[in-house]
Design a binder for this molecule. Structure first.
Ligand SMILES: NC(=O)c1ccc[n+]([C@@H]2O[C@H](COP(=O)([O-])OP(=O)(O)OC[C@H]3O[C@@H](n4cnc5c(N)ncnc54)[C@H](O)[C@@H]3O)[C@@H](O)[C@H]2O)c1
Ligand SMILES: C[C@@H](O)[C@H](N)C(=O)O
Length: 374
């Protein structure tokens, strides 16, 4: 409980500098810590449903059981109503996900299955999260090609056939060693050296082509590495920045697989999901482009460790560099230039590095305590 109190004191201090940041909501959630574990999963920004049911989109999220999908479903359900957001994946969901709203099986490689879901559920927005990430992709190029390229073709065709608004995330991994790295502009050389990056450049270009050729309402954000407390990363190069928090709270020791001076763009999950919702709601005529960079903070492992050690001074970190991940990270942006998103549809990040550290440690500590209590 000592650590929780220490973190909350820090959180109160930080809430002053960023009134919208989730630490504020965290504090009110903590007031009811013993009442329900559901409280934890309710953290994060939202607006109440604002329109009649017929105005609200009916959303399908593919690949929804990964690091980002469950959090996005929660946010969208609060905005559009529980039954208007269908989460899907090829894996069996944990009980709390299964019982929290509609969940169905959907394999993006099965066109007929996708069409049936879109038609039977009157889907109007498709959020396409299924993917094989950077490090896993380098170990299984055939699978990454299939899921990230063939799957994407199915998604674009289905969306065009049924007049859907479709969101496909891209990534800092869509750039490569010959791109300007600090900061990386919206438009520049894109010659990634991973199958993941190649497939994401392909997705950006195909989506923009479908928009131009068929009028498809294609929307794409290049996400930085995303940091989340309640969900695990799916095999990427930025995973260390999530894993270190769990190790710091659980064992106090962490082995880092990137060099201490590797600077990458990162973002807290609440900012990422809010950006996605705001971008999806932006009127089409405000979008000068169909693909935007979004940025919030950049740090190296060394800088992240120093920030965590302000709260947990006994954290011990050793390095065992993974050459595959290091080579990938060395060719990625160090920061993204995102003034177009800020200008065109009002993007604004809310969490910086010190707020990220306090939110992550608080959520993980409270989550562990609730897990032990129930
Ligand atoms: N998490 C990040 O840091 C980050 C950063 C940039 C971009 N993105 C992008 O955001 C999206 C979501 O990322 P994530 O971290 O949640 O990914 P993840 O790897 O955690 O999850 C991907 C999901 O896709 C599912 N999937 C795999 N094959 C499938 C198939 N044939 N049909 C349907 N589903 C299938 C998997 O079961 C998994 O649940 C991805 O497109 C990713 O490229 C993520
Ligand atoms: C950056 C992002 O695309 C993902 N987290 C990866 O590292 O592969």
């Amino acid at each position: 409980m000592m650590l929780v109190m220490q973190l909350l004191r820090g959180a109160v201090k930080h809430a002053g500098s960023s009134p919208q940041c989730s630490v504020e909501r965290l504090i009110s959630a903590v007031r009811g810590i013993s009442s329900s574990s559901q409280r934890l999963s309710d953290l994060g920004g939202t607006h109440p449903p604002s329109s009649t049911d017929s105005d609200r989109p009916k959303v399908l999220i593919t690949g929804g059981l990964g690091q980002l999908g469950v959090g996005l479903a929660k946010l969208l359900r609060r905005r559009f109503g529980k039954n208007n957001v269908i989460l899907s994946d090829i894996r069996k969901p944990p009980n709390h996900v299964y019982h929290n709203g509609p969940f169905i099986f959907s394999d993006i490689l099965d066109y007929k299955n996708l069409r049936e879901i879109v038609v039977n559920n009157n889907i109007s927005w498709l959020v396409h999260y299924s993917a094989v990430l950077s490090a896993v992709g380098e170990n299984n190029v055939a699978l990454a090609k299939e899921v990230n390229i063939t799957g994407l073709h199915n998604i674009l065709d289905i969306a065009t056939e049924h007049g859907l608004r479709v969101f496909v995330p891209s990534t800092i991994g869509a750039f490569g060693p010959s791109s300007p790295r600090d900061p990386t502009p919206e438009l520049c050389v894109q010659r990634p050296r991973t199958i993941y990056g190649v497939s994401k450049v392909h997705a950006e270009l195909m989506g923009e082509y479908y928009n131009h050729r068929y009028g498809l309402d294609f929307r794409c954000l290049r996400y930085p590495g995303i940091i989340s407390a309640d969900s695990q990363p799916g095999g990427g190069t930025t995973d260390y920045a999530v894993q270190i928090f769990h190790a710091a709270v659980k064992t106090g020791c962490f082995e880092c697989n990137l060099r201490s001076d590797t600077q990458l763009p990162m973002m807290y999950i609440d900012d990422c999901l809010r950006a996605t919702l705001e971008f999806m709601e932006a009127p089409a005529d405000t979008l000068v482009s169909r693909t935007y960079n979004i940025n919030s903070m950049s740090f190296t492992p060394q800088e992240l460790i120093q920030e965590i050690q302000k709260v947990l001074p006994d954290l011990k970190v050793t390095y065992n560099v993974d050459p595959v991940r290091q080579a990938i990270a060395d060719g990625w942006p160090m920061a993204l230039e995102d003034s177009a998103a800020r200008r065109d549809w009002g993007w604004k990040h809310e969490c910086d590095l010190s707020e990220l550290v306090h939110s992550m440690l608080t959520r993980i500590t409270l989550g562990n305590q609730l897990a032990q209590a129930y």
